[in-house]
Design a binder for this molecule. Structure first.
Ligand code: AMP
Length: 458
């Protein structure tokens, strides 16, 4: 998963992009980058591993001039975590330069890459996104938005994109609408971002979502929209509402906070915990869901787990060893809240079970008498091929065990998940128009044919 940001028509474009990326940090913490284009059409890129806050030195940002810029925060779902794979992708070609920032995963990237390589293309990264850049460079269409449209014809899977071709900023969203992309205005400048929280931080107002299948181009000639046919049924990622997006954002036109509270309330209706003394969240991603659970159940909401804010999202560690170590240092239990109590712990999801197992041990060590786990989404039984880092079935605890077995494995007294219907009925704009393949096994497209190559990117 990744965060993308783009701006056109602002004299301080690179600095605004830098600021916007701070609010998209939760979408990717492995690497980050900005490309800016000045009024003469000269483009410069800075890219670094790590966080936005430690990602650029002042000279890096100061060297970026001009009124158009795009930025990216990355966590790898296809292609390794390395500097060659830091985005924006930035290349020079016969028509000048192309810079591209991508959120999502392409399901046929390996085939498209093979075709390009057979034709003599040389790749500088193992990212699926680079395929799009090659295809733009091959297009003979006149306008940048047409070049992008040609490049995207035949590309399958999930993409929200901000691209700079020459001096034109182009934003695009795949016909299924998998990933969010919102358009805003800051004075006369146009801004695009994965989530509205990035518009808020730069002081931009929301104009509208980029529509599924839409390509929007912005340059000195104005704003142009090119609508390619959207999918007859949309497949917006429901996991954006459950876990990924920030609660202060609106994605797909709905409030993430309201979505999570509704999920929590529905969870309390479906999976009550009679006799419990209190409820708490696994901070921070399930705070709003736990609030909803408390509202509906009437249980007292407590802060029983304190999260170390200097440790990032545990899951967004590419290796298991990294994840195990981080769970231990990420959370501490509050003995005064837990001792002798029958408690309900709300989390938004269980993937491998690493986090929950570690947390339950922590709660028991702090004196909890009973631990009842409630999950504000259904059991995850399949990988995601559209941009969320959900691993293959063999690593998914609920794909390999019954719910009772999962409860036993993680050491809880009871375990309750939300139903698929309950989840889809609770999210804004539901129940139709969402991708829920990781829960239901209903993949809207053909999954990648060679999973190993899909994951490695080459
Ligand atoms: P696990 O320890 O593997 O069961 O992961 C579950 C925890 O990771 C939960 O607390 C979720 O909030 C979080 N989580 C779930 N899915 C993802 C994801 N795709 N990327 C990052 N974190 C996730």
């Amino acid at each position: 998963m990744c965060g993308i940001f783009g701006i056109s028509g602002h004299p301080d474009a690179a600095n605004i992009t830098h600021l916007g990326l701070y609010s998209l940090q939760h979408r990717g913490q492995e690497s980050t980058g900005i490309v800016a284009v000045d009024d003469d059409g000269t483009a410069l890129a800075v890219r670094k591993m790590g966080l936005v806050s430690d990602g650029f030195d002042d000279k890096g940002i100061a060297s970026l001039h001009g009124g158009t810029a795009i930025g990216h925060t990355r966590y790898s779902t296809a292609g390794s975590s390395s500097i060659e794979n830091a985005q924006p992708v930035f290349v020079r070609f016969r028509g000048g330069h192309i810079a591209l920032a991508h959120n999502g995963n392409l399901t046929n990237a390996v085939q498209l890459r093979g075709e390009l390589e057979a034709d003599g293309s040389i790749f500088a990264s193992s990212m699926d996104s680079e395929v799009i850049v090659h295809r733009i460079a091959k297009s003979r269409a006149e306008r940048p938005e047409q070049q992008l449209a040609e490049a995207l014809a035949g590309v399958e899977g999930a993409f929200s994109l901000v691209v700079v071709i020459g001096k034109t900023l182009v934003a695009a969203r795949d016909p299924n609408g998998w990933r969010p992309l919102v358009m805003g205005k800051l004075g006369d400048a146009y801004v695009f971002a994965s989530e509205t929280c990035a518009l808020d931080i730069v002081g931009a107002s929301v104009v509208r979502d980029v529509e599924p299948g839409e390509i929007v181009a912005i340059d000195e000639h104005g704003v142009r929209s090119l609508q390619t046919p959207p999918s007859p049924v949309l497949h917006r990622c429901v996991f954006e509402y459950i876990y990924f997006a920030r609660p202060d954002s609106r994605v797909f036109g709905g409030s993430v906070d309201r979505a999570r509270r509704a999920l929590g309330r529905q969870l309390a209706r479906e999976q009550p915990a009679p006799g419990a003394d209190l409820v708490f969240a696994v901070p921070d991603s399930s705070n709003s869901a736990a609030l909803g659970y408390a509202e509906e159940s009437g249980l007292q909401l407590e802060h029983a787990l304190i999260r170390n804010h200097y440790v990032g999202r545990t899951f967004i560690q590419p290796t298991q060893a990294g994840r195990d170590a981080k769970v231990k240092v990420k959370y501490n239990a509050v003995r005064e809240v837990l001792e002798g109590k029958k408690v309900v712990m709300v989390d938004d999801s269980i993937v491998r079970g690493t986090t929950t197992r570690g947390l339950v041990a922590l709660l028991r060590a702090a004196g909890a008498k009973e631990v009842h786990m409630r999950v504000s989404s259904p059991p995850i039984t399949g990988p995601c091929y559209y941009g969320i880092d959900t691993p293959e079935k063999e690593y998914l605890i609920a794909a390999n065990m019954s719910i009772a077995e999962v409860g036993k494995a993680i050491g809880v007294d009871s375990l309750g998940y939300l139903t698929l219907e309950g989840m889809l009925g609770a999210v804004p704009g539901g129940p139709d128009g969402f991708c829920h393949a990781c829960f239901s096994g209903q993949y809207p497209t053909q999954p990648p044919i060679d999973i190993k190559r899909y994951r490695s990117g080459v």
